[in-house]
Design a protein around this ligand. Structure first.
Ligand SMILES: NC(=O)c1ccc[n+]([C@@H]2O[C@H](COP(=O)([O-])OP(=O)(O)OC[C@H]3O[C@@H](n4cnc5c(N)ncnc54)[C@H](OP(=O)(O)O)[C@@H]3O)[C@@H](O)[C@H]2O)c1
Length: 219
């Protein structure tokens, strides 16, 4: 898709979601930001339509998705139990809400996790020694969400795993994408700026290269 897309973003005020909103706007797309608390987007870019909604309510997902081309979910976040409790239930709610629209449902692009990516030793990122319990729970919640999505054949979904390390930084526009393997740079590090992650996500919106699968991005 190279024309202007209508995009709705759950988690639009979050670290990743806010970068996706900005990147999509900068490329001329039409963006609806979905937030639980609209006060958090009082200073939103005037080009954004702000609506209130909880991703865990399938009926809300259906309403938000009506007339949209691509639904992005960038929800979760923080160190608390709410993060783990949101990750897999949110993709189930998104799929249920999209199914209600049948053939008119938009594509779904869900921000995933790096934990399930495979490492050169034949293991997965979450098998590394010494990972904190809280982080492991989040990683496995994303793994469960991906396992669920892989059972879905009637909604056009994409799960997009960040590199192992993602943090706000520069938008370079230069990155590599891959499938189920962790991507690392010459120094053996797996990293991406949130800005470049957002650029790669909007590339996926425009090019639809990973419908029905998971992909990842890193330098
Ligand atoms: N390397 C990795 O694998 C990696 C690294 C970073 C992040 N991630 C994943 O990326 C996702 C986003 O992370 P982030 O750093 O951008 O988090 P964040 O800055 O904390 O933002 C999370 C967003 O989700 C929203 N949210 C939470 N529950 C919601 C619900 N029930 N309905 C609607 N919105 C809801 C929050 O809204 P409120 O402001 O209302 O709470 C917030 O906008 C998470 O799933 C995280 O696990 C993966």
């Amino acid at each position: 898709m190279t024309t202007k897309a209508r995009i709705a973003v759950f988690g639009a005020n979050g670290t990743i979601g806010s970068r996706v909103v900005r990147e999509a706007l900068d490329r001329g797309h039409e963006v609806t930001a979905v937030v639980r608390d609209p006060k958090k987007l009082e200073d939103a870019d005037p080009r954004v339509t702000v609506v209130t909604g909880d991703v865990l309510a399938p009926a809300t997902v259906t309403e938000v998705a009506r007339g949209v081309d691509v639904l992005v979910s960038a929800v979760g976040g923080g160190d608390g139990p709410g993060h783990v409790a949101t990750v897999e239930p949110s993709v189930r709610s998104l799929v249920t809400g999209l199914r209600a629209l049948g053939d008119a449902a938009p594509r779904l692009i869900a921000v995933g996790g790096a934990g399930s990516l495979r490492t050169p030793d034949g293991k997965q990122v979450w098998d590394a020694e010494g990972l904190p319990e809280g982080l492991l729970q989040i990683m496995h919640a994303h793994g469960d969400a991906l396992d669920f999505l892989r059972t879905v054949t009637d909604v056009r979904w994409t799960s997009f795993s960040p590199a192992a390390s993602i943090a706000p930084g520069a938008r370079t526009g230069v990155y590599r994408t891959g499938g189920d393997e962790l991507l690392t740079d010459g120094a053996g590090e797996s990293r991406i700026s949130t800005e470049d992650y957002a650029a790669a996500l909007v590339d996926e919106i425009e090019e639809a290269r990973h419908v029905g699968g998971r992909f990842t991005v890193a330098y």
